[in-house]
Design a protein around this ligand. Structure first.
Ligand SMILES: Cc1ncc(C[n+]2csc(CCOP(=O)(O)OP(=O)(O)O)c2C)c(N)n1
Ligand SMILES: [Mg+2]
Length: 930
């Protein structure tokens, strides 16, 4: 063994402590080691372990740099003697908790009635009822609370439990309950709520606030909701000091990378207004979450390592006396060493099985329960999540903890109380309805006053139970909510009137850039600067940037707007001398999320819904590499739209040929298509700064201007603008521009010049969007100068909006044939034009093809289908055949086919422009930042 190995062997090698610390007093060290050896010999390992833990605790208290433990024993974090007095009426609460549990199970069961069979999750709420009820009765403040109320992210598929509670509160009737998972009638305007299967604010906008359905998004959104609450407070926009965020999550859900991926953000920002409650029923849908391990222990280590406060609620009070009598640690040892897979099997069996396979494994634990009956073992030894005093203690400790976010890890049983077919079984997902025996058993255990005959009458339709508003328990339940500030969940929309910026703000962009070459991204940044200066609403704009602010020219915001950091800036920035130095401040405006698109979307969602969650509109402007937007985080944007977020997404460095040098995984030629797939996203591909000005203005108007009611669904949109990094002179807005057309998706930018080309020269229509518009203008020039053809150039600002409008016209014609037929705008606009239509953009052809069915003339799309790559812009555009000469040749082919030009002309043109030579391309400027 080398000297180095020796040092490693003997050194202090506890987790992460450097192993190469010199031992400056080996004799002293030896004495300490020998003392420990003696302690183990004389008092046993358990005692030695205890002393070591005490020493660690002491060392931490004295700021000796030793690592903290990441896991503790498999027992409750809060000791029984530290549990607080329970403030509620336990008996009454138990009574109506049973009714809620009954009604939620019955709701899902009834949804399985013949001819309907829409199903639902039955077991999840059953495992979590106590977790929710403690919150509803004692912690969560409603919207009428003077502090503004808490934000609760309910676990998506526990929704039936929330409906069942609202039913007892009188917010829903039986018909409403039976409309679970049948939303079509409601969507088509009939007067039934059509309760959605999961929390969808978009489908039940007065009820649900946070869509937690796609697993992993809830945790991220909750973290950024908590951040947003502090942000509003720190910026002096709203006092949110009395508002907490609670997120209810599944243990299976914690396997999603997104679920754990932002824990550092919550810890770094010390979000002590945030509580995660993870329902550890040890199961997901198909099987155990960690059959061979222990999910609670794993999550404890993970969260603690990430800097969270961790509270474990593993055992119910029945275990307390056993643990108190566990002098030599035999019981804790068994608890520590039993695998989750086995714990699950225990609950699917009976008391005798638990005795044999758990307690009998050690003579000392066997003795602990030898006087107990099997029934006692079964009924008294509950898991912590089914013991309201334990849950209450944990919640109280969580809300009293400061300086860190808290996670509560609660052990429960999936399908708790639902009978032998459900509790702790792997197959709970497939099982949506209860057998008659299950129903009777559930009725008995929950003490529901429903007779056997009533259940037998129609086993598909067991009755709901609601004793009505005069019942003592219902009154207690409603009083609790009244004291805490009203019913939850509830979503409201009410915010101060907004005066939007006028003409002047947009003037600069409409003037163009003179001789200066600037990219559309820079033009947009310029506009944002002016928007943020607006006296009325300037403070409501929230730029969100994942790292590359400098790439997009937004470092110019650093000195005045500063980057939000709740801790301020406690260091001297390396670039402090520079004008555009990195500046952090607790009053900063910019949300800088790090290299973190998923978190940026979560921040965007929290900001973009503040008009509802806080009654304070914020207008998020989230700018990112367009490739990493809809493609990478499309699910988050979909959820943002479920939550009805309003704001602007800016896909910068857009286009498959425009971002030079970065290559295949950066070169975006399809985000316009992905964006168009989201029904509430309005996707734009502007060519010039003045178009951006009109689009941004229209977006603000749609979201916050005009006369529509504040909650009008038409306001709940996200504008997506693709922007480029290709410097070019931004032209001034043409006189008499057709703004109406621009905002519908297309307008005539420059008509062709027929002067000197004879009486009726051949003519065609060139359509281009974004960075492709200059290629169309180049083709216009070439067609005229080289081939005597007149081309009109149209700037398409939104292919997808043209399509949507046309589809609406078709839909009307289909379903309302009695009404006067409307012609789509795209057809009307091209109706009186002459010649075939050639459409181009820096996106794949499918983007342009969106309008094809409604183009009255022959139509050809040129686009950038295929993987992107690195080269000069000109070479890339020639490779994809989207450049000016390519358009020219394509136009000539269509004209030759109809005999309007000589049939050899396209060949001549291809030869002249060396169409197949990528080195012959000239469309576009060189370089550009990325
Ligand atoms: C991203 C995503 N993948 C899959 C699903 C489907 N799904 C719904 S519930 C569920 C199991 C959840 O298990 P767990 O998180 O442990 O919750 P429990 O029901 O056990 O409380 C799954 C996979 C989903 N909703 N979202
Ligand atoms: Mg689970």
């Amino acid at each position: 063994m080398t000297a180095g190995d020796d040092r490693l062997k003997d050194g202090p090698i506890l987790n992460g402590i450097p192993a190469n610390l010199p031992d400056i007093d080996p004799d002293e060290t030896q004495e300490w080691v020998e003392s420990l050896d003696a302690l183990v010999d004389e008092s046993g390992r358990r005692r030695a372990r205890y002393v070591m833990l005490r020493l660690l605790e002491r060392a931490r208290a004295m700021n000796v740099g030793v690592p903290s433990l990441t896991t503790t024993d498999y027992v409750n974090t809060i000791r029984p003697e530290h549990e607080p007095w329970y403030p509620g009426d336990e008996e009454i609460e138990r009574r109506y908790r049973a009714w809620i549990r009954w009604n939620s199970a019955v709701q899902v069961h009834r949804a399985q009635r013949p001819d309907l069979s829409v199903g639902g999750h039955i077991s999840t709420y059953a495992s979590a009822a106590t977790l929710y009820e403690i919150g509803f009765n004692h912690f969560w403040r409603g919207k009428d609370h003077p502090g503004g109320g808490d934000h609760i992210f309910f676990q998506g598929h526990a929704a039936p439990g929330m409906y069942a509670r609202a039913f007892l509160e009188g917010r829903f009737d039986e018909a409403d309950m039976d409309s679970f998972r049948q939303e079509a009638a409601h969507l088509s305007g009939q007067d039934v709520p059509g309760l959605p299967s999961y929390p969808h604010p978009r489908l039940l906008p007065d009820f649900w606030e946070f869509p937690t359905v796609s697993m992993g998004l809830g945790p991220m959104n909750a973290i950024h909701q908590a951040q947003m609450n502090k942000y509003l407070h720190n910026r002096g926009i709203k006092d949110t000091s009395d508002q907490r965020v609670w997120a209810f999550l599944g243990d299976g859900e914690m396997d999603e990378p997104e679920s754990r991926g932002l824990l550092h953000t919550a810890a770094y920002e010390e979000l002590d207004n945030l509580t995660f409650v993870i329902n550890c029923n040890l199961q997901r849908l198909d099987g155990p979450v960690r059959g061979n391990g222990k999910i609670i222990q794993e999550l404890e280590a993970f969260f603690r390592g990430a800097g969270w406060n961790v509270i474990k609620v593993v055992w119910g009070r029945g275990w307390d006396p056993l643990l108190a009598a566990d002098h030599d640690g035999a019981l804790v040892n068994l608890m520590n060493h039993t695998l989750d897979g086995d714990y699950q099997t225990f609950r699917a069996n009976d008391g005798q099985y638990v005795r044999e396979h758990f307690f009998d494994r050690d003579p000392r634990t066997r003795r602990m329960v030898e006087d107990w009956s099997d029934e006692d073992i079964w009924w008294k030894l509950k898991r912590g999540g089914h013991d309201y005093t334990k849950v209450y203690a944990a919640y109280k400790a969580a809300v009293e903890h400061s300086g860190q976010p808290t996670v509560i890890l609660v052990k429960t049983i999936k399908g708790y109380g639902l009978g032998e077919h459900f509790a702790g079984r792997n197959a709970t997902h497939q099982m949506k309805k209860l057998t008659l025996d299950d129903l009777k058993g559930l009725r008995d255990s929950l003490k529901i006053p429903v007779s056997d005959e009533e259940l037998e009458k129609d086993p598909y339709l067991p009755p709901y139970y609601n004793p009505g508003p005069d019942d003592e328990a219902i009154q207690y339940m409603k009083e609790r909510r009244e004291k805490l500030g009203g019913y939850l969940p509830t979503r409201t929309v009410s915010y101060p009137e907004m005066t939007l910026p006028g003409e002047d703000t947009y003037k600069q962009l409409r003037k163009g850039s003179g001789k200066q070459e600037v990219a559309t991204t820079m033009a947009w940044v310029r506009l944002v600067k002016d928007l943020m200066r607006d006296k009325e609403i300037g403070h409501r704009f929230v730029p969100i940037i994942p790292d590359e602010a400098r790439t997009f020219g937004m470092d110019s915001f650093f000195p005045t707007k500063k980057i939000y950091n709740p801790h301020g800036q406690n260091y001297t920035s390396v670039d402090a001398e520079l004008m555009l130095a990195y500046r952090e401040s607790d009053e900063g405006v910019l949300l800088h999320t790090g290299i973190n698109e998923a978190g940026s979307v979560a921040a965007f969602t929290a900001a973009g819904t503040a008009y509802a969650t806080h009654g304070e509109p914020l207008i998020p402007l989230y700018i990112f590499y367009s490739m990493f937007g809809f493609q990478r985080t499309g699910d988050g944007i979909w959820a943002a739209q479920d939550q009805m977020a309003r704001g602007f997404l800016l896909g910068a460095t857009a286009g498959r040929t425009t971002l030079t040098g970065e290559g295949l995984q950066h070169a975006d030629g399809h985000s316009q298509l992905l964006a168009a797939a989201n029904p509430a996203v309005v996707a734009w591909d502007p060519a010039f700064g003045f178009e951006i000005a009109h689009i941004m203005r229209a977006g603000l108007e749609q979201m916050y201007g005009g006369d529509a009611p504040q909650e009008d669904p038409s306001r709940n949109v996200i504008y997506y603008l693709t922007m480029y990094n290709e410097p070019m002179v931004q032209p001034a807005e043409p006189d008499g521009i057709d703004v109406d057309g621009l905002l519908k998706g297309m307008y005539l930018y420059r008509s062709g010049d027929a002067d000197g080309l004879g009486e009726t020269p051949p003519r065609c229509q060139l359509l281009g969007s974004g960075v492709g518009l200059p290629w169309a203008l180049e083709a216009q020039e070439l067609l005229r100068e080289d081939w005597g053809v007149v081309a009109d150039v149209w700037s398409v600002t939104s292919w997808s909006e043209l399509r949507r409008e046309a589809m609406r016209c078709d839909e009307d014609a289909f379903l309302r044939p009695e009404q006067e037929k409307r012609t789509p705008y795209i057809s009307t606009a091209l109706q009186d034009t002459v010649g075939p239509v050639i459409a181009v953009s820096d996106y794949m052809k499918q983007v342009q093809d969106q309008i094809r069915p409604w183009v009255p003339e022959e139509f050809a799309a040129l686009g950038t289908d295929g993987f992107g790559f690195s080269d000069t812009r000109a070479a890339a555009r020639r490779y994809f055949h989207v450049d000016g000469p390519s358009m020219t040749v394509r136009a000539l082919q269509l004209l030759a086919a109809r005999g309007w030009v000589d049939e050899d002309m396209p060949r001549q043109a291809a030869e002249k422009y060396q169409l197949h030579d990528t080195q012959a391309g000239t469309s576009g400027t060189a370089g550009g930042d990325a």
